[in-house]
Design a protein around this ligand. Structure first.
Ligand SMILES: Nc1ncnc2c1ncn2[C@@H]1O[C@H](COP(=O)(O)OP(=O)(O)OP(=O)(O)O)[C@@H](O)[C@H]1O
Ligand SMILES: [Mg+2]
Length: 585
């Protein structure tokens, strides 16, 4: 995604819908924050009153009153700070849950073309980590940053009122110290970044290795893998140790400066004033208390700001995902297609990226009820043709039309409803087999699903499962074989009674028995339907009404099997290779 410069108001507008429903939470959270910050100023002042008034006047009742006030303020302030955390984290969690839901449902509506340009795994990981950062932005970060800034302003006002001469001396020194510390922190954060990078490398390695576990074991690479991971961890450990040494060293030093040096300075400035009666002991106590309370927030100021910057970058990234053009905005046709006669490709040229033509001047016709097969070498444009047929992309030249109505003008959902698509990489939802067949559509009754299952001859397979049709498929259907997956996807197309069956067969080898079974069920299940199939296995195309032979994005030969055997040398070679070299059919 290109980094666009947008005004902050633009993002606030995008953010508003997410906060809108929880305005109350936001308001009360901020209110609690304001009061908490104010109360943090109060208890040292009460202490000062006791020291400056009650004790010199030997007024016991007043002292008790102040004492109770002191306890009250501390209690209320504790309660409110608990309340602000609860309210604002709840807001953060709510916002982020809605964010993730919205982002994901928005992603589902994007044109497939968009996903070609994005590594999806990376994208999901980014949404995940971005969400976490945005969450703390609303809870922890806003509390620490806004709350502390409010507190600092309060401190400044109170100190100026009580003893401005000491304040103007001590504040610049504190400022300089903080600036020095933030430079040091910048230096240290370089190491933090290196650690994060090393961590990312290690987790990428682990993911790869775990996925390839079978191969690693087959190749006897366990020792080398362990060694590789050990080295990577050692590497990270070295940087981590060095960093913690510098980090804690710096922290201890600055803590010392604040807690001891500043206190001594304040005492040295105040003592003569107290002796000569210009200042009070209470004021000194207020100063010291405030310094103690500012140490920790001040030291984390630069860290918090850096976190906030990162959170804003994350927030922008997520918000921008929700503004991408959806399929509905890309494919704006509204006409409802009817398919009575034929689907036509007329001089279609297509490129995924501008000018890099994948299909070149392709023309053919799919008459209703016929079986058309696409064959040709890998990369020749067969799957691309199928994507265009399903309306996943706009073509740049030529037209694809159904009974004369260009796909471009169609309501794309209405068109896709007619299509039963069976892809190379068969996608199964995590969930029961029943739902995988009817795709969570209650209108398709279980008996229809059962019937479809029978037609594709999966009866025995289903019966053998512990819960029959309700058996859950594991992640990506890993507990189902390749051939069974294909049959399940046939059942899906059958259950929906799709008018057009489009199939991009997997190249993955399936045993001859299963292949024959798939072949049989296909003819039985889809006989008489319009079919477009990409078939690496020629057995499934021998009976096609027309075979289109693709070479580098062009149709270089077409006709029935017999025609092509005569007319196309390439096709003949393919047949010889597969049929004769293969199973002697
Ligand atoms: N999403 C995409 N973005 C950019 N280029 C693509 C994309 N999909 C495919 N291509 C390119 O288009 C060309 C045709 O690919 P296509 O998938 O249509 O081939 P195919 O005939 O189906 O091959 P196979 O038999 O291996 O499945 C290839 O050169 C491929 O690199
Ligand atoms: Mg393909």
């Amino acid at each position: 995604m290109p980094e666009q410069k947008q005004k902050i108001t633009y993002y606030l507008k995008l953010l508003y819908p997410f906060v809108k429903k929880d305005k109350g939470l936001l308001f009360f959270g901020l209110f609690a924050m304001l009061i908490t910050s104010a109360l943090r100023l109060v208890d040292p002042l009460i202490l000062a009153l006791i020291i400056d008034q009650s004790i010199p006047n030997q007024n016991m009742t007043e002292m008790l009153r102040y004492g109770f006030m002191f306890i009250g303020v501390v209690l209320v302030s504790g309660l409110l700070s608990y309340l602000q955390i609860v309210l604002l984290s709840r807001l953060g969690i709510k916002i982020i849950t809605k964010f993730k839901g919205d982002v994901f449902s928005h992603l589902l509506k994007l044109p497939v073309g968009w996903f070609n340009k994005q590594p999806v795994g990376e994208l999901i990981a980014r949404v995940e980590s971005d969400s976490e950062r945005v969450k703390v932005l609303f809870s922890d970060l806003s509390i620490t940053i806004v709350g502390n800034l409010l507190f600092f302003v309060g401190v400044f006002i109170v100190l100026m009122v009580r003893d401005w001469t000491t304040t103007v001396v001590i504040l610049p020194i504190i400022a300089i110290t903080i600036v020095a510390y933030s430079f040091l922190f910048k230096y240290i954060s370089r190491f933090f970044r290196i650690i994060r990078e090393k961590y990312a490398i290690i987790s990428a390695k682990i993911t790869d290795y775990v996925q390839g576990m079978q191969m690693i074991q087959a190749l006897n690479q366990e020792e080398r893998v362990i060694e590789d991971l050990r080295k990577a961890s050692k590497d990270k450990q070295r940087v981590e140790i060095k960093t913690s040494f510098i980090e804690y060293g710096a922290q201890s030093f600055f803590m010392f400066v604040f807690n001891v040096v500043f206190v001594v300075i304040v005492i040295m400035i105040s003592a003569p004033k107290i002796i000569s009666g210009i200042a009070t002991l209470g004021t000194l106590i207020v100063f010291i208390q405030y310094i103690y309370r500012m140490v920790w927030p001040l030291m984390h100021l630069s860290e918090n700001f850096m976190q906030m910057q990162r959170s804003f970058v994350s927030l922008k990234r997520i918000l921008e995902l929700t503004t991408l053009e959806t399929e509905d905005e890309t494919f704006t046709g509204t006409e409802i297609p009817a398919f009575e006669h034929e689907i036509r490709f007329d001089n279609v040229s297509f490129a995924y990226d501008n000018e890099d033509w994948i299909l070149k001047d392709v023309s053919f016709s799919i008459p209703k009820g016929k079986k058309i097969a696409l064959v040709g070498p890998s990369g020749s444009g067969k799957s691309t043709t199928i994507s265009l047929l399903c309306g996943f992309y706009h073509v740049q030249k030529g037209t694809i039309s159904v009974d004369g109505l260009p796909i471009r003008n169609m309501d794309f959902r209405a068109w896709r409803k007619k299509i039963g698509l069976i892809l190379q990489d068969i996608f199964l939802f995590p969930g029961p087999i029943l739902e995988n067949v009817r795709v969570y559509n209650d209108e398709v009754k279980p008996n229809v699903v059962q019937e479809a299952i029978s037609v594709v001859q999966l009866d025995d397979f289903i019966k053998a499962l512990p819960q029959g049709l309700d058996t859950e498929l594991a992640e990506r259907g890993q507990n189902v074989s390749q051939g069974e997956k294909q049959l399940i996807s046939f059942a899906r197309a059958l259950a929906f009674n799709s008018e057009i069956i489009i199939m991009d067969e997997a190249t993955a080898s399936i045993d001859p028995q299963t292949e024959a079974r798939i072949q049989r069920t296909m003819n039985q299940a889809f006989g008489g339907k319009t079919m477009v199939i990409v078939a690496p296995r020629l057995t499934s195309v021998l009976d096609a009404d027309e075979i289109l032979y693709f070479t580098e994005g062009r149709i270089t030969a077409r006709g029935s099997h017999q025609d092509l055997m005569k007319s196309s040398e390439d096709y003949r070679k393919l047949v010889e290779l597969q049929l004769l070299g293969g199973s002697n059919e």
